[in-house]
Design a protein around this ligand. Sequence first.
Ligand SMILES: NC(=O)c1ccc[n+]([C@@H]2O[C@H](COP(=O)([O-])OP(=O)(O)OC[C@H]3O[C@@H](n4cnc5c(N)ncnc54)[C@H](O)[C@@H]3O)[C@@H](O)[C@H]2O)c1
Length: 310
Amino acid sequence: MSNNRSESPVAIVTGAGRGLGREHALALAKAGYNLVINDLGGAGDGTGADNTPAQQVVAEIEALGQQAVANGADVSNWAAAGEMIQCAIDTFGRLDGLVNNAGILRDRTIANITEEDWDLSIAVNLKGTAAPLHHAAAYWRDLSKQTGEPVNASVVNTTSASGLYSMVGQSNYAAAKMGVASMSVVAARELARYGVRVNVLAPAAVTRLTEGVMKTEDLKQRLQPGFVSPLVVYLLSDAAAEVSGRVFEMGGGSLVAVDMPRPGAGLRHADGEWTAERIAAVMPQLLAEVPDAPNSAEAMKFMLTAPLDE
Ligand SMILES: NC(=O)c1ccc[n+]([C@@H]2O[C@H](COP(=O)([O-])OP(=O)(O)OC[C@H]3O[C@@H](n4cnc5c(N)ncnc54)[C@H](O)[C@@H]3O)[C@@H](O)[C@H]2O)c1
């Protein structure tokens, strides 16, 4: 899927050394992008660092005939995230797309969670999306003001069914990922005037983060990370020029547009003064009109039974 640009467009993919990020980067390279391949290279729980995975993906992209540069920034480091954005501009002279994909898991129930589990998950999954988004947004805002034109740029941020559907055992991750979704809609509204689109992806794929729960060969075949990447290519392309502030799930052959929270049912008190007793009296009626928060099993069933695209 191409863009109407006179030279190769440029994108940054964070966490692109393996898993979904690597597939997004390879798909974008095949679509003609030059890329900054960011990856800290640590373990799935966010510990450690290794620049080998990012360098390997750079070599794969060069073999496809596109240009790529490795970047080892920890995306949760505000200054390092800024240097990563600058790396794209210094190396390629432009920035058209940002795919915030880096993420980690530190699964614990809320009773068992440690401060470190909480802080690291929020840092990488939420701040690690906000920091690159901030620096890219500031660059695009300034460019748009200089030229007096919208910049035509696109961001894809990564959320998770865990956040959207409140999975047990993942309070830290769910908080971060739901934060990513809401922050992205805010950013889409703020940045529209500069010609920047911001959308959200909840992927489903067997990677090192999920292979512990998705163990069978059948699941590995059906939930290949590369099946998700066409949505990223589409969202960065001009074909998605009218699509912003949207949340999608993609994986296992299903593409779902997610409805973000909206008011469900309401009652007004004529003079504004509710009492606790009156609230108790109307609560059954109010809740009868609004279903419980969706859970992941319902969401998975929805994905698996979506009508076929024929
Ligand atoms: N696999 C799934 O089914 C699934 C489901 C929902 C959401 N996600 C999300 O998709 C994204 C990709 O996950 P994946 O399954 O490919 O996992 P993965 O572990 O294979 O890849 C994540 C990559 O992010 C990198 N990374 C981690 N912390 C970083 C940091 N601070 N700075 C820079 N890079 C960092 C890691 O080194 C790794 O290469 C994550 O945000 C994850 O939360 C995945």
